[in-house]
Design a protein around this ligand. Structure first.
Ligand code: HEC
Length: 200
């Protein structure tokens, strides 16, 4: 009795794991790889929450981050960056024990693409740059990525992560002109059809 209940319960858990793993795999049309080892990333390690937002689905299928330069979502990205990244990368990504993230120099050139940046955040790099899949949901990663892109202070022509429309409008970040509201006063973060239309 005990045993059959347990095995049924286990089967249930297994089925859920299979289904959710399967969904993620089906969504991930791109091959995501670890920045250091080049091994495939296991997206099923992502936290259960924040896996099925519109932005995550779009990103896993296309590598396009719908939160980029989306004014309603930047406050959340900033908040996450401040709590999870700035201790090592500096308040505005200027660099500290970790490298600067706000200029056009990348240790790993793949971080110039949003797929590469996601891979580094999800799976980590060397030393102190640990994998973030246990600390941030997939949706949080996209939000924090949008903020990393927003604080870019070099020439917009090197901002290859922006689509041409976004690049034409982009102003290099200047912290003195940062009017991002605190997250509790920010508008609801929505992906708009305008952002969705701005596909690369
Ligand atoms: C405990 C310190 C620490 C924290 C927290 C941390 N990083 Fe890092 N990060 C580093 C170090 C050190 C490196 C350099 C690793 C290397 O060269 O392999 C690095 C490298 C990177 C790189 C590669 C940069 C390049 O030039 O190619 C990116 C991107 C990055 N971190 C993003 C983030 C983001 C986003 C967060 C927050 C979600 C974060 N890091 C949190 C320490 C940290």
């Amino acid at each position: 009795m005990q045993k059959s209940f347990r095995s049924r319960a286990l089967k249930g858990v297994f089925a859920i794991a299979l289904v959710s793993g399967f969904t993620l795999a089906a969504q991930a049309a791109l091959n995501f790889t670890n920045t250091i080892t080049g091994q495939p990333l296991d997206l099923t390690e992502a936290m259960p929450e924040g896996r099925d937002t519109e932005a995550v689905k779009k990103f896993l299928a296309t590598g396009v981050n719908l939160y980029l330069e989306n004014p309603t979502c930047l406050a959340k990205g900033k908040d996450l960056f401040t709590s999870m990244c700035s201790g090592c990368h500096g308040h505005y990504g200027e660099g500290k024990i970790g490298p600067g993230l706000n200029d056009s120099y990348w240790t790993y050139p793949k971080n110039m693409t949003d797929q590469g940046l996601f891979e580094t955040i999800f799976g980590g790099a060397q030393g102190q740059m640990g994998p973030m899949y246990g600390a941030l949901t997939l949706d949080d990663m996209l939000l924090v990525m949008a903020w990393v892109r927003h604080i870019y202070k070099d020439d917009p022509k090197d901002a290859v992560w922006l689509n041409p429309t976004q690049r034409a409008a982009f102003k290099p970040f200047n912290e003195k002109e940062d009017h991002t509201p605190p997250v509790e006063q920010a508008p609801v973060c929505k992906v708009s059809t305008a952002n969705a239309a701005g596909l690369k």
